[in-house]
Design a protein around this ligand. Structure first.
Ligand code: XMP
Length: 502
């Protein structure tokens, strides 16, 4: 990789660099920003269409944010300060936002009357009228559709008499794309998924699938069944494993072990042990582990089977870990070293925290990250859960560190992140601050700016996709004068820009 020499030289001086210390070199380009492909991986088996995820923080990501992120091709990581049931509910809200595959269709029995079906539909206020019909053994024997109900003039007749017997069916592994094709070929509006012994395993309906396939942005980040993808955070230890089980059951595509120090071993509460247990018990679900900032730590997590690695110890806008604990590697070097350590393994690296401008995203990816995690840059949007505050007539949203005093006082999970479970409330040592960020409007609008900046950067470097950016990226270390020159200078700014604030 081009950048290796640069980082080797820095390493010889024991110099670690932050975003403001570097800029990418421009190069010969046949790439237009609009044609840049931003597809990447969240974890080994979970793809994304853009290189941005939202942070697992209580003022950033619950279902509303995660839905907005997945609609734009990314992923939201639902925070773990919610109790496990409530967190699982948020995951479900994302999974069921789009009705791709319906896992548990509402069914009717073959021997009930049409009138009873109508009554049930009205009582529950269902907006649909297509029901798989089951016999006494739970076997699918037909389908009852709107036409069947309307054309049955004598509503005291049984479902069996009115239903359509010939159903279009497929095996339970059928994905959204295949289901779409099957329904079109057969000119049928419903595809029933039937498993062993004729058992109902799910259903697709054409209007839903059509809406997903044709009606919306091609960017949607969908799982195989046509549901939006979502990830969820856990802590460590026994309780975290139970939480993970509930989240996976609710449909989480990946679990994120979200701690301030991911390089920990030795007891049940350690990240390593939690990772081992997750890989042993839930081998079908990807696990992203973090946070770390050293190459050796990345290697250890990779050896334990992590499907993704989250890098960032103290770069975040609300973090005070570096100054209160005196530890941590500046983020660009941390990302480079960790990505280098797992190069060629297929394990994506997340650059978590410290992104101030879209140019920092290009730098993070250039250094080897597969994507960035944003807190501050998404916390001011409509979809973030934080409350509004007005300061001197200007609208802000609350944004706080998971390790801020207020957050740790409120939640054991927040204390857990900073390994202060056993510390008395009045003795907590905060590692984050309580803050506010200017109100920014919808996520979609902000992502357009952030990804627009990234696309421009990739255009300057001459990289058409993320792999090419990794290969072509090379850096200058810049001086304070270089940084001053990079920002607007010797003027007064007379209008707000959507992508720039000082
Ligand atoms: P940004 O810069 O995007 O950073 O606001 C978000 C990331 O910061 C981490 N985080 C914390 N780190 N103390 C810390 O040292 C905290 O209280 C804290 N809260 C969040 C987290 O990794 C997040 O994604």
């Amino acid at each position: 990789m081009k950048k290796d020499r640069f980082f080797e030289k820095m390493d010889l001086q024991a110099l670690a660099l932050a975003y403001d210390d570097v800029r990418l070199k421009t190069g010969l380009s046949i790439v237009t920003p609009q044609n840049v492909i931003l597809a990447t991986n969240f974890s080994r088996n979970v793809p994304m269409k853009i290189t941005v995820v939202s942070a697992a923080m209580d003022t950033v990501t619950e279902a509303k944010m995660a839905i907005a992120m997945a609609l734009e091709g990314g992923i939201g990581v639902i925070h773990k300060k919610l109790d496990p049931k409530a967190q699982a509910k948020e995951v479900k809200r994302v999974k069921f936002y789009l009705n791709g595959r319906i896992d548990k269709p509402i069914c009717v029995r073959d021997n009930e009357t049409i009138q009873s079906v109508i009554d049930m539909r009205d009582e529950k206020n269902y907006q649909f009228s297509t029901f798989p019909v089951l016999d006494e053994n739970g076997k699918v024997v037909g389908i009852l559709g709107r036409i069947d109900i309307e054309m049955c003039l004598d509503k005291s007749r049984t479902v069996q008499e009115a239903m359509t017997r010939k159903v279009l069916s497929a095996n339970p592994a059928t994905g959204l794309d295949e289901a779409f094709q099957k329904m079109i070929s057969a000119k049928k509006k419903t595809l029933i998924l039937i498993g062993e012994g004729g058992k109902l395993e799910g259903m697709y309906t054409f209007p839903d699938v059509y809406r997903i396939k044709m009606g919306q942005s091609q960017l949607l980040n969908l799982d195989n069944d046509g549901h939006l993808r979502v990830a969820a955070a856990i802590g460590t230890g026994e309780a975290a494993l139970l939480r993970a089980e509930m989240l996976i059951h609710a449909g989480a595509d990946a679990i994120v072990i979200d701690t301030a120090h991911g390089d920990s071993d030795g007891d049940l509460k350690s990240v390593f042990e939690t990772l081992r247990q997750l890989k042993k018990n839930f081998s079908g679900t990807d696990v992203v582990a973090g946070n770390i900032s050293e190459a050796e730590s990345a290697k250890r997590l990779a050896d334990l089977g992590a499907d993704g690695i989250k890098v960032g110890q103290g770069p975040g806008s609300i973090c005070i870990t570096r100054v209160i604990a005196g530890i941590g590697c500046p983020q660009v070097t941390a990302v480079y070293n960790c990505a280098k350590a797992v190069e060629g393994t297929g394990i994506p690296v997340c650059a978590d925290g410290g992104i101030k401008y879209s140019g920092d995203i290009t730098i993070a990816l250039g250094a080897g990250a597969s994507y960035v995690m944003l807190g501050r840059l998404l916390a001011g949007t409509d979809e973030a859960p934080g409350d509004f505050i007005i300061v001197k007539g200007i609208k802000y949203k609350v944004y706080r560190g998971m390790g801020s005093l207020s957050s740790m006082r409120e939640s054991l999970e927040a204390r857990d992140r900073y390994r202060q479970q056993g510390v008395g409330i009045d003795k907590l040592v905060p590692e984050g601050v309580d803050a506010g960020v200017p109100y920014d409007g919808p996520v979609k609008k902000m992502l357009e700016q952030y990804l627009g900046g990234l696309r421009a950067g990739m255009g300057y470097v001459g990289a058409g996709n993320i792999q090419e950016l990794w290969e072509k990226a090379d850096f200058y270390r810049i001086s304070p004068a270089g940084l001053a020159e990079s920002h607007p200078h010797d003027i007064i700014i007379t209008a707000d820009a959507p992508n720039y604030h000082k």
